[in-house]
Design a protein. Structure first.
Length: 342
């Protein structure tokens, strides 16, 4: 049995808005656990455009998605948030104690009086290859993410894709695998040039096989894959034997299990008030791109504002017997002590 984690606030989504919420909540002495389907904090900024410049963050004429994530992580470090990464928030229920209980697809259980949904456009889910009959193998011998490298030791692995994820995992898993092959539809890769060069060096050394072609079908028995059929221009159709198939075709956004949390949705967005950014369900808040209200602007800046007001109301749920006292970080020695800058 996994231990049940207890905290003040559970934040679903570790993008910029979720991270800044940790700061605002931390100033008010609330501890946070964050759940995100990605394997690192930063959300879309870190995953989809880590090097893309952003021009509308106050105080930064220009900053990249990854740099913004790094600065936010530095800012919230004094509050020691707990991250549950590479996990999807799957179930939510109200306990008789009044706490909310969140369960992830990895079996993690967290309880808290407050839920904050900061999931952007929803959960990142993998784009799957257009191959029939993959479902029986998924989760056993077909995967779209690597959560524990050790599980792939001594496996005969086939990786499909031409981006950074495909190349990174090809390089990282090669020392562990019994054999490893990479297949891509063309001999041109979107990954970082250094990764491509390292991959080609392994091919030249005979430590990795590279196949240029399109995926046709899969073969196997029960839940165990045995081969993937590929068609190339010079070799025609042929099988690549494997006992593990990893496909990295990028990510797409879907609302996912949040749609089943019993919230009143409007076109896959969560309506909130503009005073507290609370949903119709007491104790559940929604901030960032996932929410909707009159005049909503889908900007990181707007999400930061929403996080600040959300924290004021969250305090009342977490500390119902305490008086909320508004303070400025510039003049409050108490807040400066929390930040370690006094």
């Amino acid at each position: 049995m996994s231990p049940i984690h207890q905290t003040d606030v559970i934040i679903i989504g570790a993008g910029p808005v979720g991270l800044f919420a940790v700061f605002e909540l931390g100033l008010l002495d609330m501890k946070c656990h964050l759940v995100d389907i990605l394997d690192r904090p930063g959300g879309q900024c870190a995953e989809l455009y880590p090097e893309k410049p952003i021009y509308d963050i106050p105080g930064y004429p220009v900053i990249t998605g990854q740099d913004l994530t790094d600065r936010l992580m530095e800012q919230i470090a004094p509050f020691s948030p707990t991250f549950h990464l590479a996990q999807m928030a799957e179930g939510l229920k109200k306990l008789e104690s009044g706490l909310w209980q969140l369960t992830t697809d990895m079996g993690t259980v967290i309880q808290a009086p407050v839920i904050v949904i900061a999931a952007g456009g929803g959960s990142f889910v993998p784009k799957k290859p257009s191959l029939e009959g993959l479902e029986p193998y998924e989760g056993t011998s077909v995967f779209y993410a690597v959560r524990q490298m050790e599980k792939f030791r001594d496996k005969n692995i086939l990786i499909a894709g031409g981006g950074d994820s495909a190349l990174d995992w090809t390089l990282n898993l090669q020392p562990l695998a019994k054999s490893i092959a990479l297949v891509h539809r063309r001999d041109d890769f979107r990954a970082a040039p250094d990764s491509v060069n390292k991959m080609r060096a392994l091919v030249a050394e005979g430590k990795l096989s590279l196949h240029i072609g399109t995926l046709d079908s899969v073969k196997g028995t029960g839940s165990q894959i045995s081969a993937v059929t590929v068609t190339s221009g010079d070799k025609g159709s042929y099988d690549i034997p494997c006992d593990t198939f990893l496909a990295f075709y990028g990510l797409t956004m879907k609302l996912g299990p949040i749609a089943n949390f019993g919230l009143n949705l409007t076109e896959n967005l969560i309506p909130v008030d503009t005073e507290k950014f609370e949903t119709e369900t007491p104790g559940i808040f929604a901030i960032g791109d996932i929410n909707t209200y009159p005049g909503k602007l889908k900007l990181i800046l707007s999400g930061f504002h929403e996080a600040a007001l959300m924290a004021q109301q969250a305090f009342r749920y977490v500390f119902p017997d305490k008086k909320l006292r508004f303070q400025y970080t510039t003049s409050s020695s108490s807040l400066q002590n929390k930040l370690g800058v006094s």
